[in-house]
Design a binder for this molecule. Structure first.
Ligand SMILES: [Zn+2]
Ligand SMILES: [Zn+2]
Length: 310
């Protein structure tokens, strides 16, 4: 088997894409050059008919009305490569809110749903107690300065990146690796049990984007996964397999901690999709590193979800 599809692509309509030349057309051209047969665009999308569970300037912009502009570009393409219209929506584990309702979901060829955008603090994953306490301490100190109102102090304290909060934290009470690891287990389970997803997972192909890969904390990924037992993975992946919900493989697929996880998923009967998460054509090449996991896992095209088999 060769990697011949990439269904995790963002063009310039995703606001985290800094490549303004990243048109759908330029990425389709790149895909043709590298021999792909099928690609899918999955810009970040929040269905505007679903109320945001907390404020998010990011998702306010990523509405369906906005990102569906890509359809015009896709309609102009007449080549032989199959180009799908998908979306990477959001699952806010801490609120059990899915960013795509049924009516909207049915407009897409497929959906990617992440459960591990843990960098979206207090939207996807709650900030740790240590961080919350440090922000409160900082706000108090700022409001003691003449000319800074309490409201302004709170706003400033919210803005400071977590990495710079250390001096205000005092003694830490939270083991961050365990915290995120536990969160990812619960958010995966929550996603599988989410009622809205249940209403359409039989009708639209769904793949979990970068499963158990903590966005923003990638270097800690191996330590976080080590805390998750084979049994727990087995229990979670059986839920996905039973529902026909797939898992995404990316350029980390051959790393030992990901291999262990994927091996269990395969045994449970899960199907897979490939995705580079490329935001522009320069990032699309990383996709082929996935091939390094085929042999150790014994992965064949029968392990792929139906909609990506060409
Ligand atoms: Zn993502
Ligand atoms: Zn993405």
């Amino acid at each position: 088997m060769k990697v011949n599809h990439d269904v995790h692509l963002h063009n310039y309509l995703s606001s985290c894409c800094s490549d303004y030349q990243a048109t759908a057309f330029s990425m389709i051209e790149q895909a043709e050059k590298t021999g792909l047969k099928l690609i899918g665009f999955s810009n970040h999308t929040w269905d505007e008919s679903v109320p945001l569970p907390a404020s998010s300037s990011f998702y306010k912009r990523q509405s369906i009305a906005y990102e569906s502009q890509i359809k015009d570009e896709l309609a102009e393409y007449t080549g032989s490569l199959k180009a799908l219209y998908g979306a990477e929506t959001e699952y806010c584990g801490m609120y059990d809110v899915l960013g795509m309702g049924k009516e909207a979901a049915l407009q897409y060829d497929y959906l990617l749903i992440p459960h591990s955008h843990v960098h979206m603090r207090n939207f996807v994953m709650p900030a740790t107690e240590d961080v919350t306490r440090a922000r409160a301490v900082l706000a108090e100190r700022l409001s003691a300065i003449e000319g800074i109102t309490e409201e302004r102090a709170l706003a400033l304290a919210q803005k400071l990146p977590e990495a710079e909060l250390e001096p205000f934290m005092g003694e830490k009470t939270v083991d961050y690796v365990k915290y995120v690891s536990d969160f990812m287990v619960e958010s995966f389970r929550g996603l599988m049990n989410n009622e809205v997803l249940k209403s359409y997972s039989d009708l639209v192909p769904i793949s979990v984007a970068h499963p158990f890969q903590p966005v923003g904390s990638a270097p800690l990924g191996p330590a976080m996964l080590e805390l998750i037992s084979d049994n727990t993975f087995g229990e979670l992946f059986e839920m996905a397999a039973k529902r026909g919900i797939g898992l995404e493989l990316n350029n980390r697929a051959a790393l030992p901690h990901i291999l262990r996880m994927t091996g269990i998923a395969k045994e449970c009967g899960c199907k897979f999709t490939f995705g580079s998460d490329g935001h522009g054509k320069a990032e699309m090449g990383v996709l082929f590193a996935i091939e390094d996991c085929f042999e150790p896992l014994g992965l064949t095209e029968y392990d792929l979800m139906d909609f990506v088999r060409v």
